[in-house]
Design a protein. Structure first.
Length: 77
């Protein structure tokens, strides 16, 4: 197989920006922090739950209260 991608393009594509990189564990942690601060925007938590496909079990193990899990039942479905 012929490699048609140049070295510079390979470096650019493989370079990770640590500020944009998020693991599943960091997503669970961020959702937990969002839900513990009652005055924050819940849409970001909803987006992370949907993006990573987080389950209610994962979030409850992280310490998210039952009431918050019920509030996000449609996203967790």
């Amino acid at each position: 197989m012929i490699d048609i991608m140049g070295k510079a393009k390979k470096r650019i594509l493989h370079k990770t920006n640590s500020s944009l990189y998020m693991t599943r564990e960091s997503a669970v942690s961020k959702v937990f922090n969002i839900l513990n601060h009652k005055n924050t925007n819940k849409a970001e938590a909803d987006n992370l739950i949907t993006l990573f496909g987080l389950s209610a079990e994962e979030l409850s193990e992280a310490g998210v209260p039952y009431e918050d899990l019920i509030a996000f039942e449609s996203a967790l479905g």
